[in-house]
Each structure stands twice: as structure tokens, then as C-alpha cells.
Design a protein around this ligand. Structure first.
Ligand code: ATP
Ligand code: MG
Ligand code: FE
Length: 352
């Protein structure tokens, strides 16, 4: 089975071809990504209108390249999948409309993919993980702990009540004068910093429900930065290191609460899977390795290129759904908001 996947929900335009082998494994034949970081850098964040236009500019060439690199023609495909949300509506409409038109012209089944479901299922593409498993999704737009019980079957255990962790990294970076996107910059500065210099809050620590809250931590950084201003490079490094240490403590404590709830409500977990751009952070990766070692959980950390937004994850979610006979028609509309649990309901009603 061969599926083309299209991703345009945020600031990455991506197209990929993924194959399902007869043994049931996934194989990435091509995975083309074009980042718009340069277009948005001057504004310190993603500008929706610029994003939508940039997707439109490059998507046709990118899809062509994905087909070429995979040595596949449109005719060889068994389905065409496009992310239909959640995300910035203009960009989503570009990819969704393009995918539908291509499916219509090539007379192929069309699959509307939930971007979050694609992040959630990536571990089955890279590591062949069986359901159920605990998912930690940490990206620029989402911070959630989810029990993945099956395709279209998700139980949200907890989520952030304010900012996403990636968003907090980006906002802290901006505050400290570091360029966008802030996550990798904060990580790099933190390497030379003292993580204990500032006594920062760890909101939600110890709570039974595995929710997150980041805005208090972000405010604490602002207050410290204003107190010691003007900032030297060493100050910025110490602030970054202290911030990152607080994030690590929060992630581990919340994951522990999430695992407890998972075991109560779902049973034994086959693995802990991490997805989203923040999973590229080395300090977070190392602390999750320790946590999973202690709790006897298998840890699945897809390579960073498959943790951030990409086309292979959309193609793979398309494979998983097509394999179950879950296809969509041309009336499927773009969904700026589309929580995973609502997705599960739709499947149960037979109209995902
Ligand atoms: P979503 O998937 O929720 O719609 P998104 O597309 O913005 O959001 P991703 O592309 O998965 O999310 O990830 C981008 C986020 O990851 C940014 O907030 C970025 O700062 C953060 N990030 C990337 N690398 C690192 C890193 N090394 N450390 C911390 N954060 C990072
Ligand atoms: Mg992104
Ligand atoms: Fe994403």
C-alpha cells in the first residue's frame, strides 16, 4: 500500500510517500519538508496570512518532488492523505484542497488526517509499537498526555491549561532577545548556564491529574530578567538553564501522574511515546530516558525530523486509516480546532 501525505497546518510545507509492507511495517520512500522559518523570523512568530501564501507557492513542486524521489507515479498510489486540522485555517485549506483535487483527478481514495493523530501514530511507523501506549505530545501548539488505544481511539489524560511548552520556549527566547524559533536557541544557551541560579516555580507539581501550566513559569522568568537587567550573556545562559530545568522537572512529574492514570484507566502500557518539536530537546530526551528506565517503560523517541511537523506522519496516518477502510469524501471541511477525543467519537459514529 502506497500513500501520499500532505502537511500544511503551520509553518512547514511537507509532502511524503509512505509504503505499508506486506509484513505490516511502514517504510518512508520520500519525505520533503520546506520550512517557512525565514519568512516569519522578522515577526518573531508565525503570521497566518504569510504562512498560507507560502504553502500555496511551494506545495505543487514539493508534491512532485516527493513522487520523484520515491520513484512513484500518481497512478501507483493507493490513497492521498492531507492534514485537515487542527491548525491555521488558511494553510490547512491550501493542503486540504490540493489533496482533494489531486485525489479527484487521479481517482484515488482521499483521507482527511487529524494532525495530532498523525503525531500520535508516528511511533508505529518508526518502531512498530502495538496499542495501547502513553503519548506525551509536546509541540508549539500542544502539550498533552494521551492514552493511545487504537486508530481513532484516544483518551486525553491531561493537557496544558494555558501555554504549550514549545510556546513557552519561544516566548522566553523572545523575552531574552534570542531569535525565533526559540526552543533550539534556549537549549543551546542553557548548555553554558547554571540551572540552579534562579529559583523558579514548577506549577502543577504533585497534582494527581496530569495537567500542565506554563504561564507562571514564563512570568517568573520575566520578573527575574527585569530584576537583573541589563542582561549579560552569562545571565541569559543562567536564565535559559534554570527555565529548562524547571520544564524538565515539570515534564517528568506530569508524566509520572499520567502513567499512574493510564495504569488505572487503561491498563499496562506498551511504551511511552514522545512526539512534537520539543521532543528534539536533548535535556528533555535524557530525563525521559531516566524516567522510563526507572518505571520499566519502553521509551520511543522518534528521530527529531519525525517529531516536528512532516509529511511522513500524515502519509502514515493515511495508511493506518485506509487500512481500516476509513476514507473521507470531498465535503470534508478544514477544522482549525480538532481535539483528538472528538476524532474518536466521529469514528465510533462511522463518519470520521
Ligand atoms: P503543533 O504541532 O502543536 O501544531 P507546531 O507545528 O508549532 O505545533 P512543532 O513543529 O512540532 O510544533 O514544534 C515546534 C516547537 O518545538 C517550537 O515551539 C519550538 O521552539 C520547539 N522546539 C524545537 N526544538 C526545540 C528544542 N531543541 N528545545 C525546545 N523546544 C524546541
Ligand atoms: Mg512547526
Ligand atoms: Fe505539529
Amino acid at each position: 500500500m502506497l500513500v501520499l501525505g500532505i502537511e500544511t497546518t503551520c509553518d512547514e510545507t511537507a509532502a511524503a510517500i509512505v509504503r505499508l509492507t506486506p509484513e505490516g511495517a511502514g517504510e518512508i520512500l520520500s519525505n520533503e519538508v520546506m520550512s517557512q522559518i525565514a519568512e516569519h523570523a522578522a515577526y518573531g512568530g508565525v503570521v497566518p496570512e504569510i504562512a498560507a501564501r507560502a504553502h500555496l507557492d511551494v506545495l505543487d513542486r514539493l508534491v512532485e518532488r516527493a513522487l520523484e524521489r520515491a520513484h512513484v507515479s500518481l497512478n501507483d498510489l493507493d490513497g492521498i492523505a492531507a492534514a485537515a486540522g487542527p491548525g491555521l485555517i488558511g494553510g490547512v485549506m491550501v493542503g486540504l484542497t490540493f489533496g482533494k483535487a489531486l485525489a479527484l483527478a487521479a481517482r484515488k481514495p482521499f483521507i482527511a488526517v487529524n494532525h495530532l493523530e498523525a503525531h500520535a501514530l508516528t511511533a508505529r511507523l518508526t518502531d512498530h509499537i502495538a496499542f495501547p501506549y502513553l503519548l506525551l505530545l509536546v509541540s508549539g501548539g500542544h502539550t498533552q498526555l494521551i492514552a493511545v488505544r487504537g486508530v481513532g481511539d484516544y483518551l486525553r489524560l491531561g493537557s496544558t491549561v494555558d501555554d504549550a511548552i514549545g510556546e513557552a520556549f519561544d516566548k522566553v527566547a523572545k523575552m531574552l532577545g534570542l531569535p525565533y524559533p526559540g526552543g533550539p536557541q534556549v537549549e543551546k544557551m542553557a548548555e553554558d548556564g547554571n540551572p540552579t541560579r534562579f529559583d523558579l516555580p514548577r506549577p502543577m507539581l504533585g497534582r494527581a491529574k496530569p495537567d500542565f501550566s506554563l504561564s507562571g513559569l514564563k512570568t517568573a522568568i520575566r520578573i527575574e530578567a527585569e530584576r537583573i537587567a541589563p542582561l549579560t550573556k552569562a545571565d541569559v545562559a543562567d536564565l535559559c538553564a534554570s527555565f529548562q530545568a524547571a520544564i524538565v522537572d515539570t515534564i517528568i512529574d506530569r508524566s509520572r501522574a499520567g502513567l499512574r492514570l493510564f495504569r488505572e484507566q487503561v491498563g499496562a502500557s506498551n511504551a511511552m511515546v514522545v512526539a512534537g518539536g520539543v521532543a528534539a530537546n536533548g535535556a528533555i530526551r535524557r530525563s525521559l530516558m531516566r524516567f522510563c528506565g526507572e518505571t520499566g517503560l519502553r521509551l520511543v523517541l522518534p528521530p527529531p525530523a519525525l517529531c516536528t511537523d512532516n509529511g511522513a506522519m500524515i502519509a502514515w496516518a493515511g495508511v493506518e486509516r485506509l487500512n481500516l477502510g476509513l476514507v473521507d469524501d470531498m465535503t470534508f471541511a478544514a477544522r482549525p480546532r480538532w481535539p483528538l477525543d472528538a476524532n474518536a467519537e466521529a469514528v465510533h459514529h462511522g463518519k470520521a
